[in-house]
Design a protein around this ligand. Sequence first.
Ligand code: TYD
Ligand code: MG
Length: 454
Amino acid sequence: MKSKTVFYCTECGNEFPKWSGQCAACGAWNTIVEEPSKAEDKRSAPGSRNARGKKPVTLREVDITEELRFDTGLGELDRVLGGGAVEGSLVLVGGAPGIGKSTLLLQICQHMGEHQKILYVTGEESERQLKLRAQRLGVDSPNLLILSETNLSDILDAVEDVSPDILIADSIQTLYSPESQSAPGSVTQVKECTMALMRLAKGEHVTVFVIGHVNKEGAIAGPKVLEHMVDCVLYFEGDEAASYRILRAAKNRFGSTNEIGVFEMAERGLREVPNPSEMLLSGRPVNTPGTCVTCVMEGSRPVLAELQALLAVTNYNVPRRTSNGLDYNRAMLLLAVLDKRGGLRTNGLDAYLNVIGGLYINEPAADLAAVLAIASSARDIPIPDDLVALGEVGLTGELRAVAQLEQRLSEIARHGFKKAIIPRQRRFKLTPPAGLRLFEAATVREAMALVLDA
Ligand code: TYD
Ligand code: MG
């Protein structure tokens, strides 16, 4: 029988019978690749009849004692994981090449190696390169074993030999299972290798960290394809040019996905940034139109963020609108509200919105700051440097209350801001933290008058 081929999307992993330019499932362009079909060996695939059977148990018999967790030695990473790594879980760390994934995982080996045996498998670097990097990071734990290998069955043999508590696989795209004919990095291969590592985690109770590169060209399968299979997916993001890095959980079976971890790439590896607001506001322009500070909740932490807007007369028939770090549709909605209810004509103007520092805001509490930054740019009037704006904007231009207002205000005051503009408080009188003056506004128009016409 001639071996058939199927088409996969490298973005979402869906399978199609024929090639097309755009993925019908996730809408991504140029991500469909052709790979040999696995139809023939379906019978030996995991989950098939001859795999080791498990008996059903009653709900009462299920053990629900807390998962055992351990510290990784980096508080910011522990926070994103939900309070440390869970024993026997599989954590996927995704990010663009060069962002610092290998650095992050090698760095935590020193602390984890104090009580656990670690096997670091690298398919990307030689043992010598890894040693040089480890030296730079100050890692020399005797419990850290390294293996430069890409063949999955050899790796599993090594695991059997040394029986580590923790396995680090760097990266999933370089590993290959000799049982499958597809090339390393293909959708079939990354799925198969991840599945094998998942079985290792669950069966042998080994904690597995897997590195996965995200690449825009879609030539290799990215971590998105694996998201549904693993316990926890962390994305390591940041501006290549800047040294700041943000770690975010996209999925976490053992915790929330709201927390972020902030790091700085330094000479000797990643340094934790316990005070992200300071970092996000560093280098903020003063006395310049088109920038406004707000406070968003990143999980349990209030974080100050700077929003910027640039409005300029367009050279096109249809004005250009872009939004970076803020949902595009939300940004368009705010422009429309501003046009209709704020009395600010924006047709004929290009509008560019940006959140500084690689932060992604998906909280309506930042609406007012976005609106004020836009208005400030359009009218070319700077917003006072010591002012922070909080508030959700409704479709009629009304300002709506934000949650955890007091917590946000104390973070704002802590950073030396003097004024906060907030939605009108109906239910009770708020006592602001020392040094902070509150200005209440009921509508976008009122807020604009308070800030820009003062
Ligand atoms: P790396 O961890 O190799 O990235 P990834 O595994 O995600 O591809 O990080 C590579 C970058 O980090 C590289 O540009 C050098 C820089 N770096 C430092 O600035 N300081 C350090 O201590 C280390 C180890 C790397
Ligand atoms: Mg690497």
